[in-house]
Design a protein around this ligand. Structure first.
Ligand code: KG4
Ligand code: ZN
Length: 371
């Protein structure tokens, strides 16, 4: 990655930083303005998200071409709204930050071009943000929590455990060898005839169901390597559903409850393994567990994480749901954190549809590993 350094990092000179963030990597278009004070404390001045759910719902998943067009259509309006809500003009900003990856290329290019054009036109520094790092640093904004800490990132596109050591320093511990957890929720919902996105629908049905009726596997649980696998669980749900067809409401509720419970046990076991690995590798292992991504909204999963953290002597920090899911406040905040350390990126910084946070992490066993 090509990076220029400021001669003097703003952190050193005690500057208050105000950053505009732009996010368009998947199916949410977002713009936000965040302040970082010299002590490292953050405040959100505006945070606007336009979801494309309605555009993609008929297809049961995100359609890249539809996503790119929808981003282009509303980016300038959202940026103007974010600045106006923050009560600030471009001249009042310290920098512009935009997501450069990972994500869908069309949306990344749309968001990046918007951010670069604003930076160029107003003579502001530009910051190209890794979307995963933005999720990883969100607890700095919401809880004032500095690294190091463990992060469980669970969304529609990502399932990872990460040791966040500092801005720009992350070690990936576990990743999925096949589907992301949110994706498994979405596919399970689809096969059971529930709506999109599937996570909230599966959770709603699971509340009414009996988790013990359908036995389901827990792939990778107990394994030494800290990775996740969801494909076998999804296949098992399909087989149980086919065997029980035609499905009643009660069958669907029981299948959802069994699926959700299996996911909770998988997450608790895999995060526990990540804790062991970080404790073994570092004399001063982190004592905070943090969570990001849309799946963190699931109540049964957050309860399982609370229990695990309590058992293992960790404290748990979970940002509010609106800052766990995709948003631009986290992009602006990651931009402010990077700027404070003296980083700034060139205007020819490319979109990176694949951009692992820890490129040195060994590949997980299995095909189709998600970065
Ligand atoms: O972070 P996010 O908003 O977008 C990205 O994927 O980047 O996460 C969306 C994912 C979807 O797969 C959705 O089904 C899942 O998060 N999700 C949930 C819940 N709410 C959203 N999964 C389980 N339980 C929920 N309550
Ligand atoms: Zn995300």
């Amino acid at each position: 990655m090509s990076l220029n350094q400021f001669v003097r990092p703003p952190e050193a000179s005690g500057e208050r930083l105000i950053v505009l963030g732009i996010e368009a990597s998947c199916d949410e278009t977002a713009a936000a303005v965040v302040v970082r004070d010299p002590s490292g404390r953050g405040e959100i001045l505006s945070n606007i998200v336009r979801s494309q759910l309605a555009e993609h719902a008929p297809y049961g998943g995100v359609v890249p071409e539809i996503a790119a067009r929808a981003h282009v259509e509303c980016l300038d309006t959202l940026v103007a709204a974010a600045l106006s809500e923050a009560g600030i003009g471009l001249a009042g900003l310290s920098a512009v930050a935009a997501t450069a990856g990972p994500g869908l290329n069309g949306g990344l290019v749309a968001g990046l071009v918007t951010g670069k054009a604003l930076a160029l036109a107003s003579g502001l520094p530009f910051l190209a943000i890794n979307h995963l790092e933005a999720h990883a640093l969100t607890v700095g904004l919401t809880h004032g929590l500095p690294p190091p800490y463990l992060l469980l990132l669970v969304s529609g596109g990502h399932t990872q455990t990460l040791l966040v050591e500092g801005v720009g320093h992350h070690r990936r511990l576990g990743t999925t060898v096949d589907d992301a957890i949110g994706e498994a929720f979405d596919k399970t919902a689809k096969l059971l005839g529930l709506g999109y996105p599937g996570g909230p629908e599966v959770e709603r049905m699971a509340r009414l169901g009996d988790a013990a009726r359908f036995p389901l596997p827990r792939p990778m649980v107990g394994r030494d390597e800290p990775h996740f696998s969801l494909a076998g669980l999804k296949t098992a749900v399909r087989q149980r559903a086919e065997a029980a067809a035609p499905l009643t409401e009660k069958d669907i509720a029981d299948l959802c409850a069994a699926f959700e419970e299996a996911v909770c046990e998988i997450i608790a076991d895999r995060v526990s393994r990540a804790m062991e690995l970080s404790e073994a590798a570092f004399a001063s292992a982190p004592s905070w567990l943090t969570v990001a991504g849309g799946v963190a909204a699931n109540k049964r999963i957050s309860k399982a994480l609370q229990m695990l953290a309590a058992e293992r002597g960790y404290r748990l920090a979970v940002p509010p749901p609106a800052l766990c899911t995709d948003n631009a406040a986290m992009i602006a905040w990651a931009g402010a954190e990077r700027l404070a350390k003296g980083f700034v990126d060139p205007l020819d910084f490319p979109a990176k549809p694949r951009w692992p946070l820890d490129p040195d992490a060994p590949a997980a066993v299995g095909a189709g590993v998600k970065a």
